[in-house]
Design a protein around this ligand. Structure first.
Ligand code: 5GP
Ligand code: ZN
Length: 113
């Protein structure tokens, strides 16, 4: 099992986990780009958004709902935050296990790439 996120999910390597349920886990990014930087990750190894089947797409709604709740818990909901899903090489995806970034706690740049 070479996938780094699968190893965090299975507990083989540590992660600062802030949420877990039967389908999704969330942990703090090891290299935070903002005061709050959390990764929301399906337990199932799904490589990228572009690989999802119609049936698998619903996981994105679940991940979005968890991002919303974590933003509230982290105290950034009223100030605002950003969720990002990088897909593939030109999208900037480095870890090939689907994940959503929750970023906040500072004014984010208006750049979209
Ligand atoms: P991507 O560029 O693929 O969208 O984002 C991958 C993210 O995973 C990066 O922000 C990176 O800092 C984070 N990351 C990579 N390896 C680890 C790790 O071992 N632990 C944690 N917590 N985050 C990681
Ligand atoms: Zn994986």
């Amino acid at each position: 099992m070479s996938c780094i996120f699968c190893q965090i999910i299975s507990g083989k390597i540590p992660g600062e986990i802030v949420h877990q349920d039967d389908e999704v886990i969330a942990f703090r990014d090891i290299n935070p780009r903002a005061p709050i930087h959390i990764l929301i990750v399906p337990r199932k190894h799904l490589a990228a958004l572009s690989d999802l089947t119609e049936e698998e797409l619903s996981i994105l709604g679940k991940m979005g709902g968890i991002a919303k709740k974590l933003a509230e818990r982290e105290g950034i909901s009223e100030r605002g935050y950003r969720i990002v899903v990088n897909c593939g090489a030109e999208g900037g995806q480095v870890v090939p296990h689907l994940h959503m970034h929750l970023l906040g706690g500072r004014q984010l740049s208006d750049e979209m790439g």
